[in-house]
Write a protein that binds this ligand. Structure first.
Ligand SMILES: Cc1ncc(COP(=O)(O)O)c(C=O)c1O
Length: 439
């Protein structure tokens, strides 16, 4: 039973004086975790992390889904070390930029060109810019009920947390209901000839209506807009390289990040030549699009990490391994839920690449308090859990058994909390939404 968070408490007490939000991703912040939780991690190896108090946890989020082979994964580290020894940034491109471009484009069917960056937001924003330049239109469409596409104004301006974004900018983004063709159709009817692109994750954890993706892409094209598949989360998880191959579709552009370099900072925009070439410098006399241009976009050790990660995915059945673990975890957790008669209150998505859990109260409403209580109990039982599980190549069948045993223990407290209130069992406050108007 893990209960000592003394150093974490000291960290929590100081960090907000130094770093606004106390972290560099809002979803890593203190308001996203129960009070009885690690505030900072000292190191990770494989599927485990250790906090500043020396507590060991089975990791479920794996670096916000970016670490799909495992923490400090040796074959990736080896390649990174090699690149570090040779220097990481030069006046002209490193030769491995070409190797990475060729290797990655070879696995993304139908896409001809690629541009690298360090963050996902950089490439989603670059895709939006290219679409606007290509179509000569201003509006960008995305599902308003999906969680995140960029920290840039075109996305943040449409969230509850829009302070600092001029309304003129927010007005250039329009939203529809995710994975709902009727809603997307209505949007195109409302803004005829004005939408430059649709950007969307190709699939979420609760599945897609039959043939949805192909129909959505056709609909965008019929209306003169481009379609951008944001594979930031699905990439290297739902399939290899991502959902566009799983569903056999060809979006005009796709954006990649997170797992493509096993947690190292390497992201990419891929697309068809006709669109991507707008960011080029070959078409003399043609107006130039200032596509991404960053000092660190070609940093060699991160590209090395991406190449080594690609090697592992191409040589071993990472996807088969992770999906099998995901299937087992879902089946075992459903068994535990049924055993405790909680099927009306806890839902596990049938999504073997990223099982997600929903927690409901007696009225069957989603309950942040009960959810936080489960996080607290899982952490006590040695599982650093935030409501989703990312199976990685380092997780084992034993890890899944460890998770499900902790889950079973947590459900015993859940039952009591359903009847007598979560606040009797939860120390501190429930977690809060990242995108909220007020702190
Ligand atoms: C679907 C999606 N797109 C884009 C991003 C932005 O990526 P980054 O945090 O690397 O800027 C995220 C990050 O969570 C994401 O989930």
């Amino acid at each position: 039973m893990i209960t000592n968070f003394q150093r974490s408490d000291e960290y929590r007490a100081k960090i907000h004086d130094l770093i606004p939000g106390g972290a560099h991703t809002y979803s890593k912040g203190d308001d996203q975790f129960p009070l009885l939780s690690p505030a900072a991690i000292s190191h990770g190896k494989g599927a485990h992390v250790w906090d500043v108090d020396g507590n060991k946890f089975l990791d479920c989020s794996m670096g916000l889904t970016s670490v799909t082979l495992g923490h400090a994964y040796e074959p990736v580290l080896q390649r990174v070390r090699e690149e570090l020894e040779k220097g990481v940034n030069f006046q002209r491109p490193s030769y491995i930029e070409k190797e990475m471009a060729e290797r990655f484009l070879a696995v993304v069917p139908g896409h001809d060109m690629i541009k690298f960056a360090k963050n996902g937001s950089t490439v989603t924003t670059a895709a939006v810019k290219l679409a606007r330049a290509y179509t000569g239109r201003k509006l960008v469409a995305f599902p308003g009920d999906h969680p995140f596409y960029s920290y840039d104004d075109w996305f943040i301006g449409k969230t509850a947390c829009d302070l600092g974004v001029p309304e003129e900018i927010s007005a250039l983004s329009v939203t529809y209901k995710g994975d709902d063709l009727a809603s997307l159709t209505a949007l195109f009817e409302k803004y005829p000839g004005q939408i430059a692109c649709v950007i969307s994750e190709p699939e979420k954890n609760f599945g897609l209506p039959d043939g949805y993706l192909r129909k959505a892409i056709d609909l965008a094209h019929k209306n003169g807009a481009l379609y951008i598949a944001d594979e930031m989360i699905t990439g290297y998880k739902s399939a290899f390289p991502g959902s566009m191959t799983k569903f056999g579709v060809l979006p005009d552009m796709a954006t990649w990040g997170k797992s493509i370099a096993n947690g190292f900072s390497f992201c990419a925009l891929t697309g068809i030549k006709e669109v991507m070439e707008l960011g080029g410098i070959r078409a003399t006399g043609k107006e130039k699009v200032f596509l991404t241009s960053t000092t660190h976009g070609g940093e060699t050790h991160n590209i090395g990490a991406a190449i080594a990660t690609l090697d592992v995915y191409q040589q071993q059945d990472v996807i088969g391994h992770t999906h099998k673990l995901g299937d087992t975890l879902i089946a075992k957790c459903k068994e535990a839920i049924a055993k405790h008669h909680l099927s009306d209150h806890i839902q596990v998505a049938d999504c073997n690449w990223m099982p997600v859990f929903l927690f409901r109260d007696r009225q069957k409403e989603l309950s942040p308090g009960l959810r936080t209580l489960v996080l607290q109990e899982m952490i006590k039982n040695g599982v650093l859990f935030q409501g989703v599980f990312i199976p990685t190549f380092s997780h084992t069948a034993e890890d899944i058994a460890f998770f499900t045993a902790a889950f079973d223990e947590s459900l015993k407290v859940y039952i009591q909390a359903l009847d007598s209130g979560y606040d009797k069992y939860l120390k501190g406050e429930p977690t809060k939404p990242v995108f909220r108007k007020f702190i």
